[in-house]
Design a protein around this ligand. Structure first.
Ligand code: SF4
Ligand code: SF4
Ligand code: SF4
Length: 302
């Protein structure tokens, strides 16, 4: 079927464009680092607040507001609004931790990738659902204790009281802990930095989770996004029926399967309704549109 194949330049061009947009978004979310005044973006991406950032991912803000006993209207509005209109679009085009995974993917492209079975995908996704549910429940529990003035109970949870998942999240490790390590005097200060001394076991746990995330992503494209990221879990549910989506024109489709081969989220596109890919995993990255030799994959709105 090779004669059906379009020149790969379509896909390469699209991926280059996407990487460019991801970098621009990364800069916009970290303006403080570039010594430009602050904007405050709240987006459905996996980006913690750090000393460099001029933004905060909606899930991090959601935790912060819940633990402070504030009704989290802004992050909820961000999730519902973007989810209903764009689905997981920001996962492909704007998330800094998504960009990090894509870069890892490019750098490790010589390593053979694995595509787990549908059953494995579903089972592993339950871990992400657990992380999401447990984080929200725990944040609410802390918020209730804050509202009731139960200071002793709140303080007992130490580093977990502000944003519980940020303590373990690999993106928080990448975008806050690692820069701070170097910003505050380099690796030689590693063992005397008071916070690391206070939470040393947590630090090693974070490092372990971070390395685990890297290994997963090297062998399975966007492995963290597929299964473990709470933002992906929430946006997947809210964005499954989003206005923006990808459809397949069955009168043009020759079932060559190229679209499935390139899908970074491992979606079995041909088993979805032709009208729209209704998958919690679709990030609207457009790779399938770019690669289709028959122009059968189409961007749909509504
Ligand atoms: S699922 Fe991936 S791309 Fe989406 S917010 Fe999470 S880390 Fe970022
Ligand atoms: S939609 Fe997929 S299977 Fe159909 S022609 Fe395009 S690439 Fe091939
Ligand atoms: S179905 Fe298409 S748009 Fe959706 S994630 Fe896969 S390649 Fe990207």
């Amino acid at each position: 079927m090779a004669w059906h194949k379009k020149p790969k330049t379509n896909l390469t061009k699209l991926r280059l464009l996407r990487t460019f947009v991801q970098f621009i978004m990364f800069i916009l979310m970290n303006l403080t680092f570039f010594l430009i005044g602050a904007t405050w973006l709240v987006l459905p991406v996996n980006m913690p607040r750090s000393i460099f950032s001029s933004s905060e991912g909606a899930f991090f803000l959601l935790q912060r507001m819940l633990t402070m006993a504030i009704i989290p209207l802004i992050p909820l509005a961000v999730f519902f609004l973007f989810g209903a209109i764009l689905g997981r679009f920001f996962c492909a085009w704007a998330c800094p931790f998504g960009l990090f995974q894509d870069i890892l993917g490019y750098l490790s492209s010589w390593i053979r990738k694995y595509e787990p079975t549908r059953e494995t995908n579903l089972s592993l996704r339950q871990i992400g659902e657990f992380i999401t549910g447990a984080t929200l429940l725990f944040s609410t529990f802390i918020g209730i204790n804050v509202a009731l003035g139960e200071t002793a109970t709140v303080e007992a949870f130490d580093v977990f009281v502000d944003q519980p998942w940020a303590v373990l999240s690999p993106s928080a490790f990448l975008f806050t802990a690692i820069p701070l390590l170097f910003w505050w005097g380099g690796i030689e200060n590693f063992f005397i930095w008071d916070k690391f001394v206070l939470i040393d076991i947590i630090f090693w746990l974070r490092l372990f989770i971070f390395i685990f995330a890297i290994i997963v992503v090297i062998y399975i494209p966007r492995g963290w996004c597929r299964w473990f990221c709470p933002v992906g879990i929430i946006m997947g549910e809210l964005g499954k029926n989003s206005l923006l989506g990808i459809g397949r024109n069955i009168s043009k489709c020759n079932h060559c399967g190229f679209c499935e081969d390139v899908c970074p989220m491992g979606i079995r596109i041909l088993s979805h309704p032709a009208e729209k890919v209704r998958s919690q995993q679709c990030t609207n990255c457009l790779d399938c549109v770019a690669v289709c030799p028959e122009d059968a994959m189409e961007i749909k709105f509504l």
